[in-house]
Design a protein around this ligand. Structure first.
Ligand code: AMP
Ligand code: FE
Ligand code: FE
Ligand code: ZN
Length: 286
């Protein structure tokens, strides 16, 4: 059991626990620190912060950025309560996401799958709508046996429902998060699909753009990948982070603070991040 989990999702995006239920769950399992990092939104942060009494709550978000070789997600941690530019940027992403969801539904309709926008909105219950919500509806309507199968048959690139998402460039996302004073972490580096050498080059470039650290400890990393990412952090003087990417029932195999079979997440990782923030004159309170 980890002491921290710095990558989680709530109903404000594509998780299935409300922000307060997520925080209560974190307290029930004895986590010392948790970050809520919903996709493209900060809408769940106030509710989660209010619910946190025993766990240290860190305000965050996760941005998907343009990276043709694989998939690159950037986490911002310790976002301030009152932000400058990020809300406008998130608003723009939400608008583009809504257009993309329309295209996904159109694609599905052409293949005989009827899901209307109202159903999709209801499924997301006010949160940021994503493919996991479409996947749930595909399962409910009998077009797939599980969420995983719904992605496999209908929603991943190359399948009938897929439509690409408009994304920021990596350096745009990093500077937008840095401008708010966030600690910026590259999520699940394994999804970049890079060999060690190009990965080291890329991490050097991202660090020059402002990247602070890498999510070394992640449920889907192999032991060899974890060792490699830790080594690269050491060589490039980047912070190590740990996160499960908990989504509740939308990723049933991933448990909060545990991942699949135990997540390495000592509180010392948070202490190191806070020490770096303090040195930069950045706040370390939630
Ligand atoms: P979107 O932002 O709408 O493109 O949706 C991306 C989200 O879909 C990811 O963050 C995951 O939560 C989820 N996802 C992607 N692939 C799968 C999969 N094969 N099974 C379950 N969830 C997935
Ligand atoms: Fe997600
Ligand atoms: Fe991600
Ligand atoms: Zn995530």
């Amino acid at each position: 059991m980890a002491e921290i989990d710095l990558h989680t999702h709530s109903t404000a995006s594509d998780g299935t626990l409300s922000p307060s239920a997520l925080v209560q769950h974190a307290e029930a399992i004895g986590l010392k620190a948790i970050a809520l990092t919903d996709h493209d939104t900060v809408a769940g942060l106030d509710e989660a912060a209010l619910a946190a009494t025993r766990v240290e709550f860190i305000r965050g978000c996760e941005l998907s950025v343009h990276f043709p070789q694989g998939s690159m997600h950037i986490l911002g941690l310790w976002l301030p309560r009152r932000m400058q530019q990020l809300p406008a940027l998130l608003h723009d992403l939400a608008r583009k996401r809504a257009q993309r969801n329309e295209r996904i539904l159109e694609n599905l309709r052409r293949h005989g799958v009827a899901i209307d926008d109202a159903e999709l909105q209801a499924c997301a219950a006010g949160g940021v709508v994503g493919r996991p919500h479409v996947a749930r509806l595909l399962v409910e309507k009998g077009h797939a046996a599980s969420i995983h199968e719904a992605f496999h048959l209908w929603l991943r690139p190359g399948t009938p429902g897929y439509a690409p998402k408009a994304k920021l460039l990596p350096h745009q996302a990093i500077s937008a998060l840095k401008a708010e004073g966030a600690t910026v972490i590259l999520a699940h580096p394994s999804t970049l699909n890079l060999d060690p050498e190009p990965l080291e080059t890329l991490l050097g470039e991202l660090k020059a753009a402002g990247l602070d650290g890498v999510e070394v400890y992640y449920p889907l990393h192999t032991p060899a990948q974890t060792r490699l990412f830790a080594e690269l952090c050491r060589r490039l003087d980047l912070l190590e982070s740990a996160g499960s990417d908990f989504h509740g029932d939308n990723k049933p195999s991933i448990a909060l603070g545990r991942g699949k079979d135990g997540l390495h997440g000592p509180y010392a990782l948070v202490e190191r991040m806070k020490a770096v923030r303090a040195r930069m004159g950045l706040p370390v309170e939630a």
